[in-house]
Design a protein around this ligand. Structure first.
Ligand SMILES: Cc1cc2nc3c(=O)[nH]c(=O)nc-3n(C[C@H](O)[C@H](O)[C@H](O)COP(=O)(O)O)c2cc1C
Length: 433
């Protein structure tokens, strides 16, 4: 492992954070304006995080128990606002942290996406990223005029073509196309701007892009698929990958797998930062943190439908039909998140256990800031790199502070994470070590 590793935050949607719990403060009111998340981004920037990643989806699910209830009543999948608009105000109100917005390749055209990302790259001065998702739920497809999602692997083929079109557009202006020649009055040298005439099976675009390339030329690309096809796709395109794994062996297998696919695709695997989701539980003492875990589990049990509802929506399987005290039946398949379903089955856990630990597919650290930092170091050394993505389904300002002002300084003391940003762009910071 290099001496240091990277840090990011996975935001579970531009949606209501913790609002009825101790330490929720004003969040029930100030999330809609984005202010809660702007404040959060500034906190993460104080901790020198590489990036703040904003998840998204465009539907109200109804898989769990065949109804939208579990999703609406807890504000789980709705209400939810658009992450690209939030990325814009975060970019304006921060200076160094990267901001990554999720957009599905089945819900936008390559031209519109390419232009949107370039716009955000200019606004952020080179700190923007795109989390490439392929869509997974048929309700989302129906919101965009289709009957259902394309078949799982075909979605990745479609995304491949989408990215080739977007890259052609990002390359349609030469680096020296903007001349700003006061004498001639020419802003652009037209000979340096090129049509792309891209024509594929799913997308076509004439080009060129009608805007100047951003500081990064193309946004940082993120991906989260962990099925074999998803990993192959990531290895080909991604700068960073959102990964899960509840123990060192699982984490190492994911990272090694992606690196092997990257070599196969002719890429330097060190250019791809595999970031593991984690939600540490912190206390003043280890005993206090352990007691907190029990309280979190008890809370989760009270909202069993909330937690399993999320898993139902991404797999399109109604988990309300199964016995909560039995492991998942064998032979379940999905056209949705295959990687996540396979992990759930492989865990051998009962549905109640899966519901009790909604982020159990991420590594769980429990203790004081100092002990958690020590544990994170041990795990990262065994896995080999590249970093962690903190997350919380219902963040509070206090929890963000526990990470940024508690855990991060302990990681810094150990020399494991950066204490200042060395590069101006998000891609530069990701590749700095
Ligand atoms: C941790 C994690 C985060 C994800 N975030 C999003 C997201 O923000 N929006 C979305 O539509 N899909 C999201 N996905 C779905 C993936 O991008 C991908 O479409 C899905 O995992 C199916 O891929 P797979 O079958 O290759 O694992 C996420 C998946 C995982 C595992």
């Amino acid at each position: 492992m290099p001496d240091r590793f990277h840090l990011g935050w996975f935001l579970d949607g531009y949606r209501v954070p913790a609002w009825n719990k101790p330490w929720s403060g004003t969040s029930s009111r100030d999330w809609l304006s984005g202010q809660f998340y702007v404040d959060m981004a500034r906190d993460l920037e104080r901790g020198c995080f590489d990036y703040f990643m904003l998840e998204d989806s465009n539907y109200v699910p109804s898989e769990f128990g065949g109804s939208m209830d579990a999703y609406l009543k807890y504000g789980q999948r709705a209400p939810k606002l658009d992450p690209t608009a939030l990325a814009s105000i975060i970019a304006r109100d921060t200076r160094r942290i990267g901001v990554i917005a999720t957009v599905a390749t089945t819900e936008i055209s390559p031209f519109r996406l390419a232009r949107l990302m370039v716009t955000l790259d200019h606004i952020s001065d080179g700190r923007i990223g795109w989390n490439i998702v392929t869509g997974s739920n048929d309700a989302a497809a129906r919101n965009f005029g289709f009957d259902r999602q394309p078949e799982h692997d075909a979605r990745y083929d479609l995304a491949d073509e989408f990215i080739r079109a977007a890259k052609a557009l990002w390359d349609s202006w030469d680096d020296d196309a903007v001349v700003m020649d006061t004498e001639s009055g020419f802003y652009v040298d037209p000979s340096k701007v090129h049509r792309v005439d891209f024509s594929g099976a799913h997308f076509s675009t004439r080009g060129p892009l009608n805007t100047i390339p951003g500081p990064q030329k193309q946004p940082v690309l993120l991906q989260a698929g962990v099925s074999p096809r998803g990993m192959r796709f990531s290895a080909q395109h991604a700068d960073s990958i959102i990964a899960t794994g509840s123990d060192v062996a699982a984490m190492k297998a994911v990272r090694d797998g992606i690196r092997a696919y990257a070599v196969e695709a002719g890429r330097d695997p060190d250019e791809i930062k595999v970031m593991f989701i984690t939600e540490p539980v912190l206390g003043e003492t280890v005993e206090e943190a352990t007691a907190k875990v029990s309280r979190i589990r008890d809370d989760a049990m009270r909202t069993y439908d909330h937690n399993l509802g999320g898993l139902s929506s991404v797999t399109m399987i109604d988990f309300a039909q199964f016995d909560p005290d039995q492991p998942l039946p064998a032979g379940l398949t999905t056209n949705g998140h295959q990687g996540q379903l396979n992990d759930m089955i492989a865990s051998g856990k009962t549905l109640r256990e899966l519901a009790a630990a909604p982020l159990a597919n991420g590594m769980r650290f429990v203790g004081t800031p100092a002990s958690v930092a020590a544990d994170m170091e041990d795990v990262m050394r065994e896995v080999g790199g590249d970093g962690f993505l903190f997350s919380s389904l219902t963040p509070t300002r206090r929890y963000v502070s526990e990470i940024v002002d508690g855990v991060v300084p302990e990681l810094q003391k150990r020399g494991l994470v950066r204490t200042s940003y060395s590069e101006p762009t998000l891609r530069g910071n990701l590749r700095a070590f």
